[in-house]
Design a protein around this ligand. Structure first.
Ligand SMILES: Cc1ncc(COP(=O)(O)O)c(C=O)c1O
Length: 382
C-alpha cells in the first residue's frame, strides 16, 4: 500500500531542483562564509545569492534578511529580540490565541520576564477582529504579532488591514507568514509589516532553515551570542547548503506561486467534493472567510481524533490533527478551542493539507478512503 501524503502544512517534500542546488554545495563548498580566503569567499557567495532570492520573494532587500534555523527561531527572535530592545518604551505585547506555539510560547516566556501580553480572541470565523486589536492597543504596546495564515485551519488573517491600522501606532508589527509563504503574494512594504517569519521546509525546501525579515528602522537584540554573522544579529556559522536550498525553493515558489495556488485549491476542492459525493457527514472548520488553498480542517461528528488518525494512517492516508508539534498527543487543539470553546469539533477534527507531488487521482482516492472510514466509525450513530 502506497500512502497518500496530505500533511504538507507539517512539512513538504523537497523539490528535485532544491536537492540539485544543495548537492554541489555539500560536495564541494565547505568553506566558512566568515573566512576571508578563497574557500570562505566561495561559501559567502552562495549565501549572498540565496539571500537575494529570499529577499526578492517577499519584496525585501538583502540586508533585511536574517537566516535562522526555521520559523520557530524567526518567531522567537521577532518577539524576544524586539521586546528586549524596546523594553524602555513599554512592556505590552499583543498577539492572538491562535498563533503557532513558536509565537505563543515565546510570548509566555516574555510574560515570565515581566512583559504584559494580550492574547486576542477569535470567534467561529477563526479570524482576528480589527476592533479587538484597536481596543487592546495601548500607548505602551511595543509589538503586535499576528500570523498571516493559521497552520491548523488555513484561515487567512486580515494582515494588510492590521498593517494599515498600525501605521498610526509606534508598535512594531510582526507576522508569522510560514503557512502563507509559497501560495500567497507577500510584499513586506505593501503589507506594512516590520518583521515577517518564513520557513523553507513548508515550500519544498530543506528543514532547519528559515528567515526573519527585519525592516531597516526596527531595533532588535540578538537572542544568541557569539560571532558577528548576519550583521551581528544571529551568531553562528551559516548552514550554507541549506541556505542554498532555501534560495532555490524561494525562487521556485516565487516563479510558480499562482500555478501552485490554483493547483492546491483544485486538489482541496476535489477532496471536499469527493467526500460530499460519498455522503460523508462533515463540517469545514472556519468556512465563513478566506482560507488557504492548501489547508482544510474538517470536523467529523461522532468520531474522535485519535481513532481518526489511527484509521487514516493504517489505510494509507497521511494527515495530522493540527500543528505538527501537538500531533499524536491527545491535547485538544488550542486553535479550535479558541474558535468553538468546549465543542465536539475540538476533539473530532483533522487537518488535510495539499501540495507538491499530490495528484487529483490520489486525492480523490484518499477522499474515498476517508469516506469509508467515517461511515464505518459512525455506523449506528447517525
Ligand atoms: C505558522 C507556523 N509558524 C511557525 C512554524 C515553525 O516553523 P519551523 O518548523 O520551521 O520551525 C510552523 C511550523 O509548523 C508554522 O506552521
Amino acid at each position: 500500500m502506497k500512502s497518500i501524503y496530505l500533511d504538507h502544512a507539517a512539512t513538504s517534500p523537497m523539490h528535485p531542483d532544491v536537492i540539485q542546488a544543495m548537492i554541489p554545495v555539500m560536495e564541494g563548498t565547505f568553506g566558512n562564509p566568515s573566512s576571508v580566503h578563497a574557500f570562505g569567499r566561495e561559501a559567502r557567495h552562495i549565501v549572498d545569492v540565496a539571500r537575494d532570492k529570499v529577499a526578492a520573494s517577499i519584496g525585501a532587500s538583502d540586508k533585511q534578511i536574517i537566516f535562522t534555523s526555521g520559523g520557530t527561531e524567526a518567531d522567537n527572535m521577532a518577539l524576544i529580540g524586539t521586546a528586549i530592545a524596546r523594553k524602555e518604551q513599554g512592556k505590552h505585547i499583543i498577539t492572538t490565541a491562535i498563533e503557532h506555539h513558536a509565537t505563543l510560547h515565546a510570548a509566555n516566556y516574555l510574560e515570565s520576564q515581566g512583559f504584559d501580553v494580550t492574547y486576542l480572541p477569535v470567534d467561529a470565523t477563526g479570524a482576528v477582529k480589527l476592533e479587538d486589536l484597536q481596543g487592546a492597543l495601548r500607548p505602551d504596546t511595543i509589538l503586535v504579532s499576528i500570523m498571516m495564515i493559521n497552520n491548523e485551519t488555513g484561515i487567512i488573517q486580515p494582515v494588510q488591514a492590521i498593517g494599515e491600522l498600525l501605521k498610526s501606532h509606534s508598535a512594531y508589527f510582526h507576522t508569522d507568514a510560514v503557512q502563507a509563504y509559497g501560495t500567497e503574494e507577500i510584499d513586506v512594504v505593501s503589507l506594512g509589516v516590520d518583521l515577517l517569519s518564513v520557513s523553507a521546509h513548508k515550500i519544498n525546501g530543506p528543514k532547519g532553515i528559515g528567515a526573519l525579515y527585519v525592516a531597516d528602522h526596527v531595533r532588535i537584540k540578538p537572542i544568541t551570542y557569539g560571532g558577528e554573522q548576519e550583521r551581528k544579529r544571529r551568531a553562528g556559522t551559516e548552514n550554507v547548503a541549506s541556505i542554498a536550498g532555501f534560495g532555490k525553493a524561494a525562487e521556485l515558489a516565487m516563479n510558480q506561486r499562482a500555478e501552485r495556488k490554483a493547483a492546491y485549491q483544485q486538489l482541496q476542492d476535489t477532496f471536499v467534493s469527493e467526500l460530499e459525493a460519498a455522503g460523508t457527514n462533515f463540517f469545514i472548520n472556519g468556512d465563513t472567510g478566506p482560507r488557504s488553498a492548501g489547508i482544510v480542517n474538517l470536523s467529523f461528528p461522532g468520531t474522535n481524533v485519535e481513532s481518526l488518525l489511527m484509521n487514516f494512517d493504517l489505510s494509507g492516508v497521511t494527515v495530522s490533527s493540527g500543528s505538527a508539534c501537538t500531533a499524536g498527543s491527545v491535547d485538544p487543539s488550542h486553535v479550535l478551542k479558541a474558535m468553538y470553546g468546549e465543542d465536539e469539533r475540538v476533539t473530532n477534527s483533522i487537518r488535510f493539507s495539499f501540495g507538491y507531488g499530490n495528484t487529483a487521482e490520489a486525492v480523490a482516492e484518499a477522499a474515498q478512503t476517508v469516506a469509508a472510514i467515517i461511515k464505518r466509525l459512525t455506523k449506528g450513530k447517525e
